[in-house]
Write a protein that binds this ligand. Sequence first.
Ligand code: FES
Ligand SMILES: [Fe+2]
Length: 271
Amino acid sequence: MVQGLLSASTLWVGSYQRRMPVSLDRMYENALDWAHLPYLHRGSFSSIELIDAGDWGWRAALVSALTTHRSEAFVLELRLDRTHRRWISSTLEGPGAGSEIWTHVFEYGPRDIAIQADFFVPDVPVDQKARVGAGYQRLYQGLYDEDEAMMLGRQAALDQRAAKKSVVSEALDLGPVEAVLPQHPLDFDFNGQRWRLVEDQGEFIVYSLTCPHQLGSFVNETLIDGAITCPWHGYRFDVRSGQCLSGNKCELPTPPTVVVRGERLYAMLAE
Ligand code: FES
Ligand SMILES: [Fe+2]
């Protein structure tokens, strides 16, 4: 064990395995993506403050969702080792300091991988090993349920974008006005993207259902005060201006214009 910091008092308490229909690229991207922890995994982490990040991994101060006290933050470092297809997450300071999680990834096909995470914890009495190990397994089961859904969602959005990027149509017939408008919110595909037509604050608006950051979906998110928040990294957008209200450098794409022609409703390319 060359890279880790394991001390003599550290005990292996258990492991977690999972096979997933995702690529190695998606998996590495997920491991390096420190910013999703308090959003996608809001049930496990309440905040994160980045200390350093790069192609090597990241180091950040995290606060567990079980507390909101910043004084209980712990410093976690994740080091990605592509040569050995693994990453080591070490708790450097705070609650749990000295523990390490070694995650190895095995590639069975282009979108077929398995991970094995091994949990090493210092100062665990031998008779408590199984209980502590089971706690880590439950935690990892929950985290990977969320991570797998995110990786699959992102891959599907990337595939959809690649398949439809050359298709450009001028207009899409949404149907008869009197049948369509009462159905709102109405989700529809137009020129390779998913959009929502909805009445908000007395007017009908259209906005993109795909986050411009990493293609998170807004399908299950509620419009609050004319803004939408992405469940993956918490970016917030004004759906009318497209502006990112959380200060990140991206904005929603210009939506199609929805017009009435005769008795029918059409989505048209915005001028
Ligand atoms: S995908 Fe990252 S904030 Fe939406
Ligand atoms: Fe995650």
